[in-house]
Design a binder for this molecule. Sequence first.
Ligand code: BG6
Length: 507
Amino acid sequence: MAKTPLVTDGTVFFIFGGTGDLTSRKLIPALYNLYLDGWMPPRFAIIGLGRTSLNNDQYRDQLAKGVNQFSRRGKADAGQWKAFAEHIEYQVSEISSLDAYALQAETIQRYRSEWKEDPIVIYYLAVAPRFFTTIAQNLARQGLARELKKSRIVIEKPFGHDLDSARALNKLLCSIFEENQIYRIDHYLGKETVQNLLAFRFANSVLEPIWNRNYIDHVQISVTEQLGVEDRGGYYDEAGALRDMIQNHLLQLLCLVAMEPPVSFQADEIRNRKVDVLRAMRKFDAEAIKKGAVRGQYGRGWLEGKEVPAYREEKGVNPSSNTETFAAIKFFIDNWRWQDVPFYVRTGKRLHQSASVISIQFRDVPHLIFPTETLESWQQNRLIISIQPEMSIRLQVQAKRPGLEMMLNPVDMIFDYHGTYPDQSPEAYETLLLDTMLGDQTLFMRGDQVEVAWELLMPILNAWERKKSLNFPNYTADSWGPEIAEALIARDGFHWFTLPVNNRYGG
Ligand code: BG6
């Protein structure tokens, strides 16, 4: 084992939804990788909870398949998996039945006696949101939330369906747990490249003087996906791109770009600065929605040589659905640093490329001394932070092309993660699960943060709900989304940034 574990207390992990997709694709591979890397506590137990009747061996075999398929390390070594799997047990559990929680209490007691210590107990809710309330209430009834320092609850997104439901859920959770026991997951915050935004901005002195409206022209945050809704049609049709991606992941990225320097690296200090950004964001009225918010829905098309169905033809989706699978929004932050700097945010499914990229475009040179014939393609300086799949930071500058003539074109100065750090980076869930065990909430959403994000988007959600889109579907698979999204940014004289192919910009 490579490391001295940071968590020294015995830890019991209950996973509600233990037989579900998230558990086998993400949670168990992440815990297994933490184990291989020596980050798991010396004493730990993972208890999968589900309705299916399985014994421990059957459950472990099921999880092994998930690890073999989804772990970043690929197929598990039989010996190492066996050693890890001995920490896993399964309990048949009915979410609404108090007996299940009595059994959990007994399990904790069993480990307490065996380990001779009060363990950290984590309840991970990898279940549909409609079960959150029942689970929290039943944990409380069984007295399982009482250990303020040692018991924690982890809630997956979506956290609420709108402002009212998010408030109600916060209210309920806070009546049972303290805020510092509640871990609201936004898995984007666990991504290596997203965490690096804090390091990049606040550990380098050259950026701060230019990180403001005097030097920055506009910011783009783009999370595009080639995937459609897959088998999540039922959930997605009730959600849509605004709820599924912008309310959480994209607004979190925006906060990291826009926040003021925190005084320290303390969870609440960082979360306070993010909430400040959300509070300063300009509210949307009818006019701002008309000019600055567009939506789209994908139709049929071809992707990598395969015909793919329209959104309305996907499983679980209403054939006349009005749900958006694409959204682009222009935000403003009304404060000294960012007044009048547009933040363009877009996300969508079934697009041409899967890429999450932040592009910060700087103001143009005040005076151009070069004749226009020397310019192959002029581009204002840009800082491009690529989150995935490419993990890089590029500073795009104009440079002279070698040769006897003075010819300028844009080139990139690149920091490439894989080039600099050839070792694999941990997956987001590894970071987040370790932080949960450590009791570090920096990368989790605080209750007020979730609510302000909903508050900001409610006018758009309501307007889109009231006024159905008449032209859905309005983009085909393998495109960059609807034309109105191009128009949204083109009106201001910009265009959406896409990563260059083979490190060369097309112009
Ligand atoms: C999830 C959304 O939160 O994030 C999905 O519900 C989306 O619709 C996914 O596909 C994207 O995550 P990642 O890590 O693949 O960019």
